[in-house]
Design a protein around this ligand. Structure first.
Ligand SMILES: [Zn+2]
Length: 286
């Protein structure tokens, strides 16, 4: 079984004994059962298997996983839609239900809608979309409207997690305010470390009664144990978590060569460089 298939945990695909690589009578029957009601025929499936030599070894595994997921999801969503219709027809649209009860059934309906949204995240819209009377396109399996953003992310428990693509400022225009200039400003707390990505175009800002234009930026900020590291297109800035009482009121900045040796010795910084004196990095001792 391929490593990437590990996320599928159901019994039929997770144990080798259940997935004969060669199409034996029982495996053909199993595939037939799985494919029941889907557009793929068993014949087509084995033709596909034959064509791609490279895929052959793990083909049955992945195909099983693929069909299982899709069929299971379809079944779960169908049941959910039935439950939603049941609440709707028997309680929400029924005359004579008192206000208090109506609120309870309304809440149940909302909770089912949340379940719908979460199940829908697993749908890859395998069967395509169908047009509605209102001319929007909705998925044949999960019922989501094509092109509408999801409210949640679905992340794999193991392996690399990925949210969004790398974004940069994308306009030369000066926007009226920060909100309209913002492309993304999002934070994730990941096992106790905080990561923020802030990407925005140029915008007008009021500073001491004057209106100035703030530059477009992509700033990534990592916070860990009170230490903050900001990276943008021009600078890398690290802020230490010094207790306030230890820090003086005035703040200075200097290049290393501007400082005298006596002062330099107070800073626990090691500079990395090569034989040609190229700067490679630095280490700060905590
Ligand atoms: Zn879908």
């Amino acid at each position: 079984m391929k490593k990437s298939d590990k996320k599928y945990t159901s019994k039929i695909i997770s144990t080798k004994e259940n997935i004969p690589i060669l199409p034996t009578e029982s495996s053909i029957q199993a595939v037939k059962n799985l494919l029941k009601g889907s557009r793929f025929s068993t014949k087509k499936y084995f033709q596909f298997k034959k064509k791609d030599k490279h895929l052959e070894e793990n083909c049955l595994d992945t195909r099983f996983a693929y069909m299982k997921d899709r069929n299971m999801l379809r079944k779960e969503l169908t049941n959910l839609f039935k439950s939603m219709d049941f609440i709707c027809d028997n309680f929400l649209n029924k005359e004579g239900t008192d206000e208090k009860q109506l609120q309870i059934f309304f809440n149940i309906y909302q909770q089912l809608a949340i379940a719908w949204e979460h199940l829908g995240l697993q749908c890859k819209h395998w069967d395509g979309f169908r047009k509605t009377k209102e001319k929007s396109e909705i998925c044949r399996i999960c019922g989501k409207i094509k092109g509408i953003d999801d409210q949640y992310y679905l992340l794999p428990k193991s392996g690399q997690k990925k949210i969004g693509k790398k974004l940069f400022p994308n306009s030369k225009k000066v926007f009226e305010n920060r909100a309209t200039a913002t492309i993304v400003n999002d934070t994730i707390d990941f096992y106790g470390a905080s990561l923020n990505v802030d990407v925005h175009n140029r915008y007008k800002s009021k500073l001491f009664k004057d209106i100035i234009t703030l530059a477009d930026e992509r700033i990534v900020t990592l916070k860990e144990s009170g230490i903050e590291c900001c990276i943008d297109q021009h600078l890398i800035h690290i802020r230490m978590n010094k207790p306030a009482k230890k820090v003086g009121k005035k703040k200075y900045g200097a290049f290393l060569w501007e400082l005298i040796k006596k002062d330099l010795k107070k800073f626990p910084v090691i500079v990395d460089y090569d034989e040609n004196r190229n700067f490679l990095g630095l280490t700060i001792l905590k």
